[in-house]
Design a protein. Sequence first.
Length: 284
Amino acid sequence: MDASQLQAAVEAARSTASALGLRADDAVVLQNANRVALRLTPCDVIARVSPAAHQAATEFEVEVARRLAETSAPIGVLDPRVEARAYARDGFTVTLWIYYETSPGEDVAPAEYAGALARLHAGFREVSLSAPRFTDRVAEAERLVGDPSLSPDLSAEDRAFLLGSLRTLTDSMLRRNLPEQLIHGEPHPGNVLRTKHGLLFIDFETCVRGPVEFDVAHAPEAVAAHYPGLDGDLVEECRLLKLAMVAAWRWDRNDQFPQGRQMGIDLLSELRSAAPRFGLDTNA
């Protein structure tokens, strides 16, 4: 969010917390992209603030978190001092979560990461919830790449290559006809907290139905060796599909990810380098 949007988002978060009886004198910005994560003090709560247009996705995230909290899944949970819901305030949607002290800067052992992810997946298997399929998220990326008005800075050559890569990789995965279940969708290190309670996963807007390999592909590469029962070839395909999807998001004209455009350029280069191993057409 730009400076004016960010200030409005901060005020919406503080007002929401205060109206619910949580004292929120100060706010520290922890993340600022398409949505904002804030630490409010002295109530010590994490507020996640999205534009009101994203309310449906936010409500879905709340429902996923509520259901997972009833299992033994290792997740960051909604703050129990207030009703577990999405709050509309001044053009934003606000959710309030427990603040966890973390140990930043420390590498997580691959075996620990894999174990936590396996427990998360076990928790998901206990949850009955309607969710999009992973192919729906790929379709969103295809729509973005396929419409020059949505991604105007993407060259015609890169557009054709990226669109072809998304379709080829998805088709290859579907031909495997592997079991699917509820998964996180983006359990990368940025969505994992190292706490005194162990590793906790956060951010469930991206929850989908798909193979667990799709989730493992978002973790550091060494994690796959410690996760039981994986299809190694599928993990590699999922990694490349993930790379193509993230590249697509970075070319969105409305993307606000820090240094997102340079990331989009770098990801396209990485995707082209891997193309020969996966039969992707670099001349598409």
